[in-house]
Design a protein around this ligand. Sequence first.
Ligand code: SAH
Length: 342
Amino acid sequence: MLNFFDLSFEEIAGRLSDLDTRPFRTDQVLRWVYTLGVDDFMEMTDMPRALRESLAVLWDLRPMREVERTQTVDGTVKFLHILDDGEMIESVLIPEEGHNTLCISTQTGCTMSCAFCETGREPGGRDLTSGEILAQIVYAVRYTGERLKVRNLVFMGMGEPLLNMDSLLAALEVILSERGLDFSPRRVTVSTCGWVPGIKRLAAEGPDVNLAVSLNASDDVTRSTLMPVNRKYPIDSLMEAVKAFPVKARRRITFEYVLIEGVNDTREDARRLKNILQGVPSKVNLIPCNRNYSGLKAPTQGHIRTFQEWLLEDGVLATMRKSRGQEIGAACGQLRAAVGGK
Ligand code: SAH
C-alpha cells in the first residue's frame, strides 16, 4: 500500500480517474482526509462502496503508528511514532491559550551534531518522506479533533528541515493548499541550523513561510564549537543568505538563541548579536538550554532576564521561550526517538 500522504493532488486525481470518472471525487477524498481527518475510506459515506473498497487496499491513511504518548501536567503531549521501516520520530503538541502549536520532525535523526542537542547525539537516521511529515500533522489534527485547533506549525522537531528540501517543499504545498491542510503561511515556521544552500533554495522556490535561524552564538569560534555547520557556513555567509531571504512587510526572521551558562551569555555576546542583526527585520528568541546528555546548562533565571534586557537596551527585540515538556523529554533539544536508544 502507498502512503496516501506521499501523493500529490495530481497523482491522487490521476489514480482516482482510473476508478471513477466523476471529477469531484478528488476533492471529496481530499476533504475527508485533510479537512475532516478521517482515517478510513469506509467512512467516506458519500462515495460508492465499491470505490471505497478499492481505495482502502490502495492507499494507507495510517502510515505511522503511535507507540507511546506522554503528557505533562500543563498539557504538552509528545507522540512517539514508528514508521514502516521501524524508524521512530517524535512530534510535540504544545497547548497555548485557545490553540495549539505542533512541532514536527523532518528526519529520524540528525547529522548536524550540535553540541547541545540530543537529536544529533549519534548522527544517523534518514530523511522523512513528505507523507511522513504530513502524517504527523494529520495525526495531531485527529487527536485534537479538528484542523483549526492546530494553529501553528513549527518545523523544530527532529532533524534539519533544509537538508530534506524535496520532502519539505512537497509537504508545504499540501500544508498551505486550501484543498489540503489549509494553513496560513504566517502560521508556519521552518527552523534551520543555518544550512545556507537550503536557505537560498527556500527563498527561491519555497512559499512565504516564516524562517527561524538557530544562531546560538555571537562569534564564529563559539558557534563552530557548538554547531559544526558553522565551519562550513560561518556567521557572515549565513547572514548574507538571511538578508537575501524575502520577508513580507511586518514580518520578522526569528533568531533562536539557546542560552548556555558561561558559553554565550555575556554583555559582549549581546552587543555582538546586535551588530550581527543590524538591518535585518528580526527578533531574538532566547531559549534556556534544556538539560540533556551534553551537560551544558542554562544560566540562572535572573541572568537570562538580564541578557534579554541587554538586548532590549541595544534595540534588539528579544523574547524568552518558555520551555515546555521538559519532564517528558519533549522540550527543545531533547527529542531523540532512535530505536533502542532510549
Ligand atoms: N535543525 C533545526 C530544527 C531543530 S529546531 C534547527 O537547528 O533550527 C530545535 C531548536 O532547539 C533549535 O533552535 C536548537 O538550537 C534548539 N535546541 C537544541 N538543543 C537545545 C537544548 N538543549 N536546549 C534548548 N534548545 C535547544
